[in-house]
Design a protein around this ligand. Structure first.
Ligand SMILES: C[S@@+](CC[C@H](N)C(=O)[O-])C[C@H]1O[C@@H](n2cnc3c(N)ncnc32)[C@H](O)[C@@H]1O
Length: 262
């Protein structure tokens, strides 16, 4: 199937429509495509947050709330976690998940509709922020990480879990074949939507390699930036710490003062 990426202007609208369309069976398809491995990657990513039981955390591009709930389960009744996404249909599935699993967590969970590129929160609101398989979808990667950095308190972690670019011989060819040829077929079989899962590998070709993401983290002013390679490099986990000395990200801009104080 021939496919070209939407232009930067079209991308946000395109991505929103796509996730609205696939929301209902997103979890099932995600399990199938990753062969269930996304659970282990997310577990590792959450472990890097260094959760404080009473802390307040943000899951950006939370989708159906899988990671949001995973964080909440590790918090006390004083803990809070916010899941933010711009797709109302993905958030509807997140609310259904929350209703099913409410008894498994004492912490407060709030799902909020909003844009990752303009987080509706005041500076330094959270003890940590995480994005999983979301950054690739936003129109401006740097701005996405800048926004996460802005809303996290000094000393807190900013974490990105997303696709990597494996360079392991043979595996990288096999992975490319699986991703380009098989994944769209799985998407078609489970979602009757070959296009959405054709976009997935194409979106990754435009996404920076792990060194590029590390640079984005450093440009945001994050300290101690590290890249953890998972699944033979096909998945990349990045961790950075918000500086105590202030960062290159403008924490004082007035347009952010209207963000929620929670
Ligand atoms: C691949 S899903 C990942 C969902 C979840 N984090 C996970 O790991 O399963 C990407 C999500 O990013 C959301 N998204 C993409 N661009 C966004 C933006 N600019 N603002 C908010 N959400 C966005 C989509 O609606 C979608 O739910």
């Amino acid at each position: 199937m021939s496919f070209s990426l939407p232009t930067a202007e079209e991308k946000a609208e395109y991505v929103l429509r796509q996730f609205d369309r696939i929301a209902q069976k997103y979890d099932l398809t995600n399990d199938a495509i990753s062969m269930g491995m996304h659970h282990a990657w997310k577990k590792r990513a959450v472990s890097e947050l260094g959760l404080k039981p009473d802390g307040t955390y943000l899951d950006v591009c939370c989708g159906t709330g899988d990671l949001t709930l995973r964080i909440a389960k590790n918090l006390s009744k004083n803990g809070k976690v916010f899941g933010l996404d711009f797709s109302p249909k993905m958030l509807a599935v997140a609310h259904q998940r929350l209703a099913r699993h409410a008894s498994e967590t004492a912490a407060e969970i709030t799902f909020k509709e909003g844009d990752a590129l303009q987080l509706p929160f005041a500076n330094g609101t959270f003890d940590g922020a995480i994005v999983s398989f979301g950054l690739r979808n936003v129109t401006d990667y740097q701005r996405g990480i800048n926004e996460m950095t802005r809303v996290v308190k000094p000393g807190g972690k900013v974490i990105n879990l997303d696709l990597g670019k494996s360079t392991v011989p043979l595996f990288c060819q096999l992975f490319a074949f699986y991703f380009r040829q098989i994944v769209p077929l799985i998407g078609h079989a489970l979602q009757s939507d070959k296009q959405a899962y054709t976009y997935l590998p194409v979106s990754n070709s435009a996404y920076p390699n792990p060194q590029g993401i590390s640079e984005i983290f450093k440009t945001a002013g994050l300290n101690d930036v590290k890249h953890i390679s998972l699944a033979l490099g096909s998945v990349a986990l990045h961790v950075g710490t918000v500086s105590h000395a202030g960062s290159s990200v403008d924490r004082s801009s007035s347009d952010k003062s209207s963000g929620d104080k929670i």
